[in-house]
Design a protein around this ligand. Structure first.
Ligand SMILES: C[S@@+](CC[C@H](N)C(=O)[O-])C[C@H]1O[C@@H](n2cnc3c(N)ncnc32)[C@H](O)[C@@H]1O
Length: 235
């Protein structure tokens, strides 16, 4: 079980990986999805966390799936873990609010309402459509090559760079590209200290050498200061 360790003045801290999630509206902004019509597309969200994205994508006509190792938990444990981590993630902002821009969210209380809304949407959809939530993890996804038109990955790669090494990032990005036949988007490109991933250029080069077309593009969202772009890879 993950626990906050407390945050110092210039860094948000969260032990382990937070089982929290974003709403479809947050993903739309973070991943720059404005204008993308998901209707009829096969979509993957990895990690899916406690997100409302897959439910929202299905409601928009997509054949969407989410992958997260935590989905192996029984439903009630998943719900309890989601509630606990959502509360802890917001509590962890105490004292480090200055590291964030409070325009999309007015304040931590509003952020908490997004986290609760996302968890509720996730739990309702997980109950209604359990087959869309697959217990697995990067860098090994249980899907054939080219299985998805659109693949997104938020708040795992780069964000947890203090505990996921470079080899993991290389393997995970290649795996996301392997299962994609359209494009992959990743957000954010920064860690909890708001530092941009130091070896991002090496990763882009590795993806190019593997035959993909990566680009860093601005998105209409900034919460962590400076984290206002995403990685977009055409495969
Ligand atoms: C902060 S949440 C992000 C969830 C969601 N993508 C979002 O943006 O809100 C991080 C998630 O990564 C999951 N995770 C940890 N290790 C993973 C791995 N190797 N592969 C896929 N997901 C993993 C955790 O279980 C957790 O749900």
């Amino acid at each position: 079980m993950s626990e906050t360790t407390g945050s110092d003045d210039d860094r948000y801290e969260f032990d382990g990986f937070a089982f929290i999630g974003r709403t479809f509206a947050e993903y739309e902004r973070m991943l720059g999805l404005g204008g993308i019509d998901l209707d009829g597309l096969r979509v993957l969200d990895c990690p899916g966390g406690a997100c409302g994205f897959t439910a929202g994508a299905v409601a928009r006509g997509a054949d969407a799936y989410a992958v997260d190792p935590v989905y192996a938990l029984p439903f009630d444990d998943l719900a309890a873990r989601g509630r606990e981590d959502a509360a802890r993630a917001v509590d962890g902002l105490d004292g480090v609010e200055h590291l964030y821009r409070w325009d999309f969210y007015d304040d931590p209380a509003e952020l908490a309402t997004y986290r609760r809304a996302s968890l509720a949407r996730f739990l309702a959809h997980r109950r209604a459509a359990p087959g869309r939530y697959v217990a697995a993890g990067l860098p090994d996804l249980p899907f054939p090559d080219d299985a998805f038109d659109f693949v997104c990955s938020a708040h795992l790669l780069f964000l947890y760079a203090d505990r996921l090494d470079h080899a993991f990032h290389v393997a995970a990005l290649r795996e996301l590209c392997r299962v994609a036949r359209g494009e992959v988007r990743v957000f954010p490109l920064h860690d909890f200290g708001a530092d941009r991933y130091a070896a991002l250029d090496d990763l882009l080069l590795d993806l190019e050498r593997a035959g993909y077309d990566p680009a860093v593009e601005p998105v209409p969202f900034e919460f962590q200061r400076g984290a206002d772009d995403c990685l977009r890879i055409e495969v």
